[in-house]
Design a protein around this ligand. Structure first.
Ligand code: 5AD
Ligand code: SF4
Length: 332
């Protein structure tokens, strides 16, 4: 059955009018189309340095309460080996936004190294912010094949409210288009429950994801950070959590074959959050495998879980890349 939902229907479901139906349908559709397995992405946080100053983020460049770090090549390789030995199909290299030749070359070098050590067994996703097309091309040529870059909100008004003036919505969109053009599997996503954000705006976000024809999506509840100026959302945390689950289910109904992550921000609100995200139709989890002594410095939001990796609640597909089925379908 095809789900042709108009915007009013989406808004009404986001308002919580039929949660049991929604979660159940999304799960059923996921199992029927891409299966019931969960795929792992070992998240390696390369560095918490960032040139940007997003109003919501704990590692924005104006926050001087964070100690900045950068992993060494050896530390990244150690983490990648951990992923390989534990049957993770893929790793994600994530960092704050850094634009320098040194950083570009560092990442290029890491990509070759990880390809080599895993003999192609590890899929590699990058999440390194806005970069020039040349840099995206260089990294693609070196072996990266997926890229995550959240639009944060598809409403230019909301985008402007949560970012300083010199952060450009158009540039962000341009980057997403370049990534697609180059041939990456492209992932984007939004934050849910931002101050002044309405369910209508969230419905537009879902339609944006559908229209942009994304391959992957990661989205999660906004969580206030004490050192970030954006401040308090009027939506209670528990409701933001429910909204995030509804967003996952609705996106699954709109785009049955994409990869959808059950994000750590869900777990920050509810210890079973990631399991609930999977039950709502997501199929990806991204356990943090950054060498643990550094993790405390990578706090985008408060209460970000630092705990050890417990995968017992998931039916994991080990040793598989777990590429987006949608990507294969659209590039055929
Ligand atoms: N709450 C929730 N998500 C956040 N992110 C950054 N800060 C916060 C926050 N306070 C998300 C953004 C970014 C991703 C890496 O983390 O969506 O793209
Ligand atoms: Fe930097 Fe990303 Fe945080 Fe913005 S959200 S300040 S780009 S790490």
């Amino acid at each position: 059955m095809r789900f042709l939902m108009d915007k009013d229907k989406i808004i009404s479901l986001l308002d919580g009018t039929a949660d049991d139906w929604l979660f159940g349908e999304a799960l059923r559709l996921r199992n029927q189309t891409i299966g019931d397995k969960v795929y792992l992405r070992g998240l390696i946080e390369l560095s918490n340095r960032c040139r940007k100053n997003c109003f919501y983020c704990g590692i924005r460049c104006d926050n001087h309460n964070v100690e900045r770090y950068e992993l060494t090549k050896e530390q990244v390789v150690t983490a990648a080996k951990y992923a390989l030995e534990h049957g993770y199909g893929s790793v994600v290299l994530q960092a704050g936004e850094q634009q320098s030749n040194r950083f570009t070359d560092f990442v290029t070098d890491l990509l070759s190294e990880i390809k080599e050590l895993s003999q192609g067994k590890l899929g590699i996703t990058l999440s390194l912010g806005e970069q020039s097309e040349a840099t995206y091309e260089k990294w693609f040529a070196a072996g990266a094949h997926r890229y995550l870059l959240r639009i944060e909100s598809s409403s230019e008004d909301v985008y402007k409210r949560i970012h300083p003036e010199d952060h450009s919505f158009a540039t962000r969109l341009g980057c997403l288009s370049s990534l697609k053009e180059i041939g990456y599997q492209v992932g984007t996503g939004v934050m849910i429950g931002l101050p002044e954000q309405t369910t209508e705006s969230l419905a537009d976000d879902l339609l944006f994801l559908k229209n942009f024809d994304v391959d992957m999506c990661g989205m999660g509840p906004y969580i206030e950070h004490p050192d970030a100026p954006l401040g308090k959302s009027q939506t209670p945390l528990e409701e933001r959590f429910r909204l995030a689950l509804r967003m996952i289910s609705l996106l699954r109904l709109l785009m049955p074959t994409i990869n959808i992550a059950s994000t750590t921000a869900l777990q920050a609100i509810n210890p079973l959050g990631r399991e609930m995200g999977i039950a709502a139709g997501a199929n990806i989890i991204m356990p943090n495998i950054t060498p643990s002594f550094l993790r405390a410095n990578y706090k985008l939001y408060n209460n970000k879980p630092l705990s050890d990796i417990d995968l017992s609640g998931f039916d994991v597909a080990y040793n598989e890349w777990g590429d987006s089925r949608h990507y294969a379908l659209r590039s055929n």
